[in-house]
Design a protein around this ligand. Structure first.
Ligand code: NDP
Ligand code: 2IT
Length: 447
């Protein structure tokens, strides 16, 4: 059977077996398309049904999360954990709390995580979880009661050598704290079962910064390869959460100017460059909306709705909010305005049509699997520190992160080169990420 027909038939089976899970279909399609040259070169992977196995999660949990709000009303949400692939290590990946979460989102994220974690070079399998719970507008006590109920069920399936969750959209230090407390209480164990922990109780320095910093480190490496740097560049960042804030910080440290940020209501444009102290106060301390920014910085402008953010003229675009936030129209607007590089801080923020526009116009495009791997990489370093029971300094952790991001850039460039698509970092990331997992799965026999 040719690689083409294998991919076609596996994808048809994915559509049949996972009806309605459109984000999962999108993520699988991209990876399978990239793997055609790998299957041609390695017929043993076709014979051993590597592709059929890798698109099927090892295990999926869905559970009821009952909790009580401040008024005493009972509430019910749905919880998920997808343990996708453990060929390279314990399942590892974040938890997302957002009303849009359903099985298809968790599966797309878990699937991406397999290849991303492989690219880090650390021993981590792929997994993801979350809930359709919306933390927005909830009191601390409500969030705590929800997290405790969520962990009361999740704690049956995870453990420091089994499955190690972390944060994602809607899950930060506060939520990880409540979940860790409940796990410790039920299991009577103080272990590194979650990453993104507080620094006083097993967290790693630089984990908070890691995804945003890592994104900028890999983009810096990619820019260096074409004789450029961030110095003097105008950068458009979307989102205003963990990834967006620390991507902005690192761009600024490297001499670039970040001119936009957004949330799900709208975006701000500040021609003077974003003032991060203001953003951190609004988003991290007060947990308010990004539009508050323009009350303090009078040259800045707020626009309702997030679609227009990519019409702002910039040199580099860093989408750091959510999936499918940058479509073909947005990519065309960026190209027209002279944008020459884009790096995905979020998971799958660019639609397939958007990626097409970037690649046809020779925009230097680094996909999320590679570009946002810094977060999970430092999570892996947090696990290492927890095993050693010794915390590392910020400098040591940050320097390991830089090395990992430079190595990811190297391995995705080399894989693209080797498989005849030099400069296509989407294919490079999928191929390099896959090969390691495929070798491990082959060594493990029929699993
Ligand atoms: P946060 O919850 O800290 O921030 C999310 C940001 O994205 C907020 O500004 C939020 O706005 C915006 N956003 C979320 N959903 C939507 C939506 N449907 N439409 C428009 N804007 C939206 O999450 P993170 O910064 O941690 O995550 C951002 C992205 O980065 C996600 O794709 C995540 O999977 C990815 N990522 C995160 C890593 C991490 O370590 N945290 C690691 C690797 C990837 P609002 O407040 O209005 O919801
Ligand atoms: O998408 C991701 O890589 C994350 N949300 C971070 C996962 C982790 O385990 O740190």
């Amino acid at each position: 059977m040719s690689a083409d027909s294998v991919v076609k038939s596996v994808f048809e089976q994915v559509l049949r077996r996972n009806p309605g899970e459109v984000e999962f279909h999108q993520a699988v399609k991209e990876v399978l398309e990239s793997l055609k040259p790998v299957l041609e070169k390695n017929p043993q992977y076709v014979e051993k049904k590597l592709i059929e196995r890798i698109v099927e999660p090892e295990r999926v949990f869905m559970f009821r999360v009952p909790w009580q709000d401040d008024k005493g009303n009972y509430q019910v949400n749905r919880g998920f954990r997808v343990q996708f692939n453990s060929a390279l290590g314990p399942y590892k990946g974040g938890l997302r709390f957002h009303p849009s979460v359903y099985l298809g989102i968790v599966k797309f994220l878990g699937f991406e995580q397999i290849f991303k974690n492989s690219l880090t070079g650390l021993m981590m399998g792929g997994g993801k979880g979350g809930s359709d719970f919306d933390p927005k507008g909830k009191s601390d006590d409500e969030v705590m009661r929800f997290c405790q109920s969520f962990m009361t069920e999740l704690c049956k399936y995870i453990g420091p050598d089994t499955d190690v969750p972390a944060g994602d959209i809607g899950v930060g230090g506060r939520e990880v704290g409540y979940m860790f407390g409940q796990y410790k209480r039920i299991r009577n164990e103080f272990t590194g079962v979650l990453t993104g922990k507080g620094l006083e109780w097993g967290g790693s320095l630089a984990r908070t910064e890691a995804t945003g910093y890592g994104l900028v480190y890999i983009m810096q490496e990619a820019l260096k390869a074409v004789g450029k740097s961030f110095k003097g560049l105008e950068v458009s960042v979307s989102g205003s959460g963990n990834v967006a804030i620390y991507a902005t910080q690192k761009v600024q440290q490297l001499g670039g100017k970040v001119i936009t940020l957004s949330d799900s209501n709208g975006y701000i444009y500040d021609p003077d460059g974003i003032n991060l102290d203001t953003v951190k106060q609004i988003k991290e301390v007060e947990r308010k909306r990004i539009k508050e920014y323009v009350n303090i910085h009078k040259n800045a402008k707020y626009t309702e709705g997030c679609n227009g953010i990519w019409t702002v003229k910039c040199d580099v675009a860093l989408p750091c909010a959510t999936q499918n936030e940058l479509d073909a129209e947005a990519a065309n607007a960026l190209v027209k305005n002279g944008c020459f590089a884009a790096g995905e801080g979020a998971n799958m923020p660019t639609t397939p049509e958007g990626i097409d526009v970037f690649q046809k116009n020779k925009v230097l495009f680094i996909p999320g699997k590679a570009a946002n791997a810094g977060g999970v990489a430092v999570s892996g370093l947090e696990m290492a520190q927890n095993s050693q029971r010794i915390p590392w300094t910020f400098e040591k952790t940050d320097s390991e992160l830089q090395t990992i991001m430079v190595n990811i850039y190297k391995s995705i460039s080399e894989a693209a080169q080797e498989y005849g698509c030099a400069g296509d970092f989407v294919a490079g990331a999928n191929i390099a990420g896959f090969l390691k997992v495929a070798k491990a799965m082959t060594a493990h026999g029929l699993v």
